[in-house]
Design a protein around this ligand. Structure first.
Ligand code: MLC
Length: 483
C-alpha cells in the first residue's frame, strides 16, 4: 500500500467526521480529501509528474496539508524547506532538489518558478475533485527532507511511502493512538517530527487534530485548556516552556491529556521529573532522525525510564559497534547502527555520502549508545559535533564556513554550549584578520543564516587550539558557563 491507500482509512472511511482545526476553522476528512484532489489535478495540469519535486517554503497552514496530500496522491516528491532558512540556505536546496516550482508566500528570489499558495488554492477551486489515477509503488519517494550536512551544506534524505508508512503504523500501534484522540500539533510541518509523526499519525488514526502555526509559549496554556487534547508531541524546549504554566492549569491539563511524547533532542531527566511532579505524567521519550524516522521508543504501558530512549520499535534492528566495526560487549558504549523498513534508502543524488552512511546494510547514526541488560537503550554522546538547539540540528561546519568567508575572519570554530531552555546553543570562536565588532558579525549571520544557527556569542581568540596534525581541538576551547 502507498500512503494514499493508508490515509484513505480516514479520508474516505471517516469522510464526514471533523478531521482538522486550524485558525478557528474546521475541516472534515472528506473536505480535505476533495480539496487535495482538486489541488493534485491543478499540479498535474501545471506539469508535475510522478518523481518530480515540489519545494514548499511555508509556515504551518491548511494549504501545506493540502499540498502534501496532493503530492502524495500524484507521486510528486514533497520537499519542505525550514521556514527559518534564509536565501543562502534556500538557494542551496532549490539548486540541489531541482524542483519544478517552489510554493511560498514570501518574496523569494528563486531560481525556479514561485507559486503563491493562495493563488493555487483559488485556481484549484475550478478543478475536478476526482482523485488522479496514478499507480505508485511503496518504494516510490514521498519526500526529501534536508538535514544539515557535516560538509557545510545540507543533504536531502529521500523518504519513501514505505518508510513513512512503517513509521506511522508503528507509532499508532505502540502509542495506542485511535480515532478517539484529540491531537494538538504545534511542531513545524517541514521536519519529520511534525510531518512524519504528527500528520501521518493523525491521518492514519483518523483522530481530530488542532494544528497551530507554531508553538507560542505566551498562549500555550490557553490553547491546551481550550482544545483539551489527549495527545501531544513536543521537543524538550517545549516541555521546558510548559513547566512555566501555573500549578492549577498544569494539573487540569494533566487530567485530560493521555500521552505526552518528546523527541528530536535529549530530554533532560530533570525536566522529565519536574514535569511528572507538575502535570502528573511521565513524558514518553523516543529517538529518531530525519534519515530513519522513529527507531527506539520508551514503552506506552511499561516503564518510561528517565534518560533512556527505550526499546527498538517493531521491525527495527539495532547494532552497537566500535570503530573497527565489531559489536561492543554488553554495557559498553558503541555507535548506534540501524536497519528497518523506516530507514531511508539514501541521500538525494549523493551516492558517495549514501555509501559512507551504511555498513552492511545498517545506517550509521553518529550517535553513541549503551544497551542496558534489560534491552533499554541510553544515548551517551555523538561521534560528530552536531549541535541540537530547540530541536533544530546545527552543523558547526556550516557556520564556520560562513564566518570564514568574511574578510575580517581568519579562522572560526563553532561549538555548542549547554542552554537550559534550548538544550544547546552555538558559540563562535574567531581568530580575526582585521578588527570587527561582534555585533557586526552577528548581524551578518542573521542576514544569511536561520535564526537558530546564529551564534549566541562571538569570542575573539589569538589562535585556535590544534593538535600535532593541525586539527582543531574544540574540547580545548575556553569553556563557557551554561545558561
Ligand atoms: C522558532 N522560531 C520560529 C519558529 N520556531 N519562527 C517562526 N516559526 C517557527 N515555527 C524562532 C523565533 O522567531 C525566535 O527567533 C527563535 O526561533 C526562538 O523562538 P521563541 O519564541 O523564543 O521560542 P521557544 O519558546 O524557544 O521555542 C522554540 C521552538 C522551536 C521549540 C518552538 O525551536 C521549534 O519549533 N522547535 C521544533 C523543531 C523541530 O520540529 N524539530 C524536529 C526535527 S526532526 P529569534 O530570531 O528571535 O531568535 C528530528 C527527528 C526526530 O529531529 O527525531 O524528531
Amino acid at each position: 500500500m502507498n500512503l494514499s491507500d493508508l490515509f484513505d482509512l480516514s479520508l474516505r472511511g471517516r469522510r464526514d467526521v471533523i478531521a482538522l482545526e486550524f485558525r478557528g476553522q474546521t475541516y472534515t476528512f472528506g473536505e480535505i480529501d476533495a480539496s487535495s484532489n482538486r489541488l493534485s489535478q491543478l499540479l498535474a495540469r501545471r506539469g508535475l509528474k510522478p518523481g518530480d519535486r515540489l519545494c514548499i517554503y511555508l509556515a504551518n497552514c491548511i494549504e501545506m496539508i493540502d499540498l502534501y496530500l496532493a503530492c502524495v496522491k500524484l507521486g510528486v516528491i514533497f520537499v519542505p524547506i525550514n521556514i527559518l532558512y534564509r536565501d543562502r540556505e534556500i538557494t542551496h536546496i532549490l539548486n540541489d532538489a531541482e524542483p519544478l516550482a517552489v510554493v511560498s508566500d514570501a518574496s523569494l528570489v528563486p531560481a525556479v518558478p514561485a507559486w503563491h499558495p493562495a493563488e493555487l488554492s483559488a485556481e484549484a477551486q475550478a478543478m475536478s475533485d476526482e482523485r488522479p489515477r496514478v499507480f505508485l509503488d511503496g518504494d516510490a519517494p514521498a519526500g526529501i527532507i534536508y538535514t544539515s550536512g557535516t560538509t557545510g551544506t545540507s543533504k536531502g534524505a529521500v523518504l519513501t511511502h514505505n518508510n513513512f508508512a512503517a513509521n506511522a503504523v508503528n507509532l499508532v500501534a505502540c502509542w495506542q493512538i485511535t480515532s478517539a484522540d484529540r491531537f494538538l500539533l504545534a511542531l513545524p510541518l517541514f521536519h519529520v517530527h511534525g510531518l512524519g509523526n504528527g500528520v501521518h499519525c493523525w491521518l492514519l488514526s483518523g483522530c481530530r487534530m488542532r494544528l497551530l502555526e507554531r508553538f507560542e509559549r505566551q498562549n500555550a496554556a490557553e490553547t491546551f485548556l481550550d482544545f483539551r487534547p489527549t495527545l501531544f508531541f513536543g521537543v524538550p524546549t517545549i516541555y521546558v516552556r510548559l513547566l512555566d504554566f501555573p500549578e492549577e492549569q498544569a494539573r487540569e491539563i494533566g487530567r485530560f491529556v493521555r500521552l505526552f511524547v518528546s523527541g528530536s533532542a535529549p530530554l533532560p531527566a530533570q525536566v522529565l521529573e519536574e514535569f511528572r511532579a507538575k502535570f502528573g505524567h511521565t513524558i514518553l521519550e523516543r529517538y529518531g532522525m530525519s534519515e530513519t524516522l522513529m527507531n527506539i521508543s520508551n514503552p506506552y504501558t511499561a516503564e518510561r525510564r528517565p534518560g533512556s530512549v527505550g526499546l527498538p520499535l517493531p521491525g527495527v534492528s539495532v547494532r552497537l559497534l566500535n570503530e573497527a566495526g565489531d559489536a561492543v560487549a554488553p554495557g559498553e558504549t558503541g555507535e548506534l547502527y540501524l536497519k528497518g523498513p523506516n530507514v531511508f534508502g539514501g541521500y538525494w543524488r549523493r551516492p558517495e555520502a549514501t555509501q559512507a552512511s551504511f555498513r552492511d546494510g545498517y545506517f550509521k547514526t553518529g550517535d553513541l549508545a549503551v544497551r542496558e541488560p534489560d534491552g533499554y537503550y541510553t544515548l551517551c554522546g555523538r561521534r560528530s559535533d552536531l549541535i541540537i538547539s530547540g530541536g533544530f540540528n546545527i552543523y558547526p561546519r556550516e557556520i564556520e564556513e560562513f564566518l570564514q568567508e568574511q574578510d575580517e575572519v581568519a579562522e572560526a570554530a563553532v561549538i555548542g554550549v549547554p542552554d537550559r531552555v534550548r538544550g544547546e546553543a552555538p558559540v563562535a570562536y574567531v581568530v580575526l584578520a582585521r578588527a570587527i565588532e561582534p555585533e557586526s558579525l552577528e548581524e551578518r549571520c542573521r542576514a544569511k543564516l536561520a535564526s537558530f544557527k546564529v551564534p549566541r556569542e562571538f569570542i575573539a581568540v589569538e589562535q585556535l587550539p590544534r593538535n600535532a596534525m593541525g586539527k582543531i581541538q574544540k574540547h580545548l576551547l575556553p569553556q563557557k558557563a551554561a545558561r
